[in-house]
Each structure stands twice: as C-alpha cells, then as structure tokens.
Design a protein around this ligand. Structure first.
Ligand code: HEC
Ligand code: HEC
Ligand code: HEC
Ligand code: HEC
Length: 365
C-alpha cells in the first residue's frame, strides 16, 4: 500500500521527466544527421547537415525558367527610346526582354502591365517621376559590377536581380541599424545589445549588429594578438573578439556551414591552413562593403520612409541577402548565363580583381 506522499512524489517525478522529455524533443535536431568531410583526413573539418533542412532550403532556392534568348542584332535601344542611360548598348529585343524579366523578379503581377508600373509612371516609360526607376537603374549598374569587377566572388555563376529579390520588392534578408533599447538589461546591455540573443548572430549572446562596423564601415576583422601581452587601445580585446565572432556567426548561419568551411580550427587566423573558401569569403566581405557604400546607401534620400530602417538608414545587404542559408546561392545554379543583358557593355568589362585593400566608404556619424 503506498501512502499519498509517495504517490505525489511519483507524480511530480513523472511530471519533471515529461518536461525534460519535451525539452529534449524540441531543443535538439532529430536525426538523421549527415557529415561531409572537408579537410585532410583526421582534421575533423566536417560539415554537418540534416537532410530535412536541406530539402526545405531546396524549395526556397528555385530559379524561374529563363525566357527565350533575344536577338542581339538590330537597332540599339539608345537610338529608339528617349531616356536610356545604362542599357543603351542592348538591342531593342534584348531591352524588352530584360524589362519583362525584371518585372517578374521584382513586381510580379497577374497582369504584367501592372508590374511595369512598379517602376514606370503609367503611360510614360521615359518619365523619371517614380523613385523605383532611379533605384532600378543603380541596381542594374550594381548587378553589372557584381558580374564583372566582383567575379572574384560571384564566379562563373554570377548573379541576377533574382539572387536577392526572388519575386519581392524588398529582398527577404536585409539589415539596418536598430535603436538600442533601454529597458532591463542593466550594465550587461552594452551598445551592441549584447545578451539579447539575435537570430542574425545565430542566437548567441554576442553583439547584435556586426554589420555596421564590418559590412558598412571597413573595420579590421583581426583579433588574434601576435604579442605576449595585450597592448592598450589595441584591436585585440575581449570586446573586439565578441564583435568579430558575431560576424563569423552571421557568415556561418547565412551560408549554412560550420566554422571549418573556412578555417582550420586549430589556428583560426592562419591563412596557410585555411580552406580556399576563406579567400572567396574575404572577397565577399569587400564586395558587400562596395554594394552598401557605393550603391545602396547613397540612395537614402530617394527612398520613402517606409523603405528605410527605424534610424533612417537604408535596408542593406549582408551575406544572407544572396546566400539565404546555402553556401552557393540557389545551390550553384548558373544565373548570369541566360541573361547577357546584365553584363556591362564589352568596353566596360574589367577582368582583373578589385584592389585587395578595398576600404573606401565614409566614416559614419
Ligand atoms: C524594376 C524596375 C522596372 C520595371 C519593373 C520595368 N522597367 Fe522599364 N525601365 C526601367 C529603367 C531603370 C529604365 C531606364 C533604363 C536605362 O536608363 O538604361 C526603363 C526604361 C524603359 C523604357 C524606355 C523608355 C524611354 O523612352 O526612355 C521602356 C519602353 C520600358 N522601360 C518599358 C517597360 C515595360 C514594358 C515594362 C513591363 C513589362 C517595364 N519597363 C518594367 C525599370 C523598370
Ligand atoms: C545584392 C542584392 C541585390 C541585387 C542583386 C539587386 N537588388 Fe534591388 N534591392 C536590394 C535591396 C537590399 C533593396 C532595398 C533597399 C531599401 O529599401 O532601402 C533593393 C531595392 C530595390 C528596388 C526598390 C523597391 C521598392 O519598391 O522600394 C528596386 C526597384 C530594385 N531593388 C530593383 C533591382 C533590379 C532591377 C535588380 C537587378 C538588375 C536588383 N534590384 C538587384 C538588393 C539587391
Ligand atoms: C564563409 C567563411 C567563414 C566562415 C564560415 C567563418 N569564418 Fe572566420 N574568417 C573568415 C575570413 C574571410 C576572415 C578574415 C576577414 C578579413 O580579414 O577581412 C575570418 C577571420 C576570423 C578570425 C580572426 C582571425 C585573426 O586574424 O585575428 C577568427 C577568430 C574567426 N574568423 C573565427 C571564426 C569562427 C569561430 C567561425 C565559426 C563561428 C568562423 N570564423 C566562420 C571566413 C569565415
Ligand atoms: C551578391 C550576392 C552575394 C553576396 C551578397 C554574397 N555572396 Fe558569397 N557567393 C555568391 C555567388 C554567386 C557565389 C558563387 C557560387 C557558385 O560558385 O556556385 C558565392 C560563393 C561564395 C563562397 C564559396 C562557396 C564555395 O562552395 O566555394 C563563399 C565562401 C561565400 N560566397 C561567402 C560569402 C560571404 C562570407 C558573404 C558575406 C560577407 C557573401 N558570400 C556574400 C554571391 C554572393
């Protein structure tokens, strides 16, 4: 015969057990998990995948079929239309083709003519009265630069408007500066909003905005000291390390990879021991600074307030804007191959890489 106390104790234990069970169920990823080895045998530089996650990513990384190629011959667009500043070198047929696909990529509508109005004043294609037309022109120039100057990063596959936009006026993954909230937190809440785990830094307790210093300003991404003793005012502080790690968490999350995709974890700073992907990533960081400083932020005055962040800066690009969880956007599908319209005119194509020390960009307030 059990007394009531024993019964209650058993009940309580059962309850706690159930709670732990439920906790385990939702905290860990269910198997199967697959590992792919990257580094030399024995270095354990593996990438861990869950086939379920990969299937879900495959669904959002589809590329719409390309329309029939256009005839590059015949009259030039600049000779036929009134106000063509970037695409004048195209044939009229190519010009019309790119207008049509841009509509499908950015303002898809049941009736395509409605989509044209995303960037045009109805009835007057030459008019400049709508901000989106000006923005689209800069976006065209940017896309051309990404497919030429920045081929060190975008490789043969290249990018189109779809790589970022995927059928939406504003890409799904963008960032802007966020106000520092003053509630709670106390001294633990520094300027980086630390201890308020952010999804963009993998829910880790790290500064929430590694983008402003590293992908808008061009601050050094170096924190491993070379000296025995820390030096005053050096970049090698614990705080610096946390900002650095916040960016690294973003890069890993955005690409859906572990740190060892780009580093040999026995020596994070050593370039000699890093896989080649780290160099591609290094160029990627410079490319994103160029996108944000040269193309997007100068459009600040053009955008209406609802297209800006809460502090009035533009919605900018980070690694997730193109990569969206996979290390080769759209799983490596060729993007530029079907759209010669998005290459710069031949005389402007620069094959050589940009200067390695690209650090332009204004100092921020
Ligand atoms: C995403 C923005 C965008 C969309 C959507 C768009 N256009 Fe355009 N359109 C532009 C830009 C930018 C220019 C100027 C290109 C340049 O300066 O090289 C332009 C120029 C034109 C011109 C030349 C006008 C002239 O005389 O100077 C025509 C014609 C045109 N578009 C037709 C269309 C049609 C038709 C559609 C719908 C199928 C369309 N556009 C959809 C951005 C867009
Ligand atoms: C590297 C990523 C990227 C690529 C590639 C890109 N865009 Fe954008 N685009 C953005 C971002 C980010 C914004 C949002 C800026 C904001 O709202 O502050 C934007 C905004 C726009 C807008 C304004 C939308 C609105 O309704 O306010 C237009 C139009 C546009 N892009 C056209 C294009 C066209 C056309 C192309 C291809 C020729 C293109 N974009 C390629 C990142 C990109
Ligand atoms: C997509 C590639 C990539 C991934 C993934 C990545 N890193 Fe990095 N990491 C880099 C690059 C590139 C640099 C150098 C950046 C520069 O010099 O501008 C760097 C720099 C660093 C540094 C600074 C080294 C020094 O010289 O002081 C550390 C530490 C670091 N990463 C740690 C990590 C950690 C930890 C992770 C996983 C959470 C990670 N990285 C994930 C590419 C990557
Ligand atoms: C404008 C779109 C765009 C942005 C933004 C972007 N990438 Fe990429 N990235 C690409 C393309 C395109 C490729 C080439 C993919 C291929 O070869 O299939 C690529 C390739 C890579 C690779 C090599 C993958 C491999 O399998 O070798 C790495 C690493 C990488 N990107 C890291 C980054 C990092 C880190 C950032 C942010 C700092 C970034 N990328 C931002 C478009 C982009």
């Amino acid at each position: 015969m059990r007394d009531n106390t024993t019964n209650n104790t058993l009940l309580a234990l059962g309850g706690v057990g159930a709670l732990i069970g439920i906790g385990l169920l939702f905290t860990f990823e269910r198997p199967p998990i697959e590992t792919v080895q990257g580094g030399f045998r024995g270095t354990s530089m593996g990438q861990v995948y869950n086939p379920r996650t990969v299937n879900r990513l495959a669904a959002v990384n589809q590329v719409p079929p390309a329309p029939e190629p256009a005839d590059p011959g015949g009259e030039r667009a600049r000779d036929v239309f009134q106000n063509v500043q970037v695409l004048g070198h195209l044939s009229v047929e190519q010009f019309n083709r790119i207008m049509q696909v841009m509509t499908e990529w950015i303002y898809p509508r049941e009736n395509i003519a409605d989509g044209c109005n995303g960037c045009h004043v109805p009835g007057n294609f030459a008019a400049e009265d709508i901000y989106t037309k000006h923005v689209a022109r800069r976006m065209l120039q940017m896309t051309m630069a990404l497919n030429s100057t920045w081929q060190v990063h975008t490789q043969e596959v290249g990018v189109t408007c779809w790589t970022c936009h995927r059928g939406q006026a504003v890409p799904a993954y963008v960032w802007s500066q966020q106000p520092v909230s003053s509630n709670g937190g106390g001294f633990a809440t520094g300027p980086g909003e630390q201890n308020r785990p952010g999804r963009q830094v993998g829910l880790a307790s790290l500064p929430n905005d590694p983008f402003t210093p590293y992908l808008w300003r061009a601050e050094e991404i170096r924190m491993q000291g070379r000296d025995q003793h820390p030096r005053p005012n050096s970049r090698q502080s614990i705080q610096q390390t946390e900002w650095n790690y916040a960016l690294m968490m973003h890069m890993s999350t955005a690409l859906g990879v572990n740190c060892t995709f780009c580093h040999n974890s026995r020596a994070f700073s050593s370039w000699e021991e890093s896989p080649p992907q780290r160099l591609t990533a290094w160029h990627g960081i410079r490319m994103v600074r160029d996108i944000n400083n040269t193309y997007i932020e100068p459009l600040r005055e053009r955008f209406p307030p609802h297209r800006l962040g809460p502090l009035g800066d533009t919605l900018k690009v980070n690694c997730a804007t193109c990569h969206q969880g996979v290390y080769q956007p759209m799983f490596g599908a060729p993007m530029i191959r079907d759209y010669p319209e998005l290459l710069p005119p031949p005389e402007q194509r620069r094959a050589e890489a940009p200067a390695p020390g690209w650090v332009a960009g204004p100092r921020l307030p």
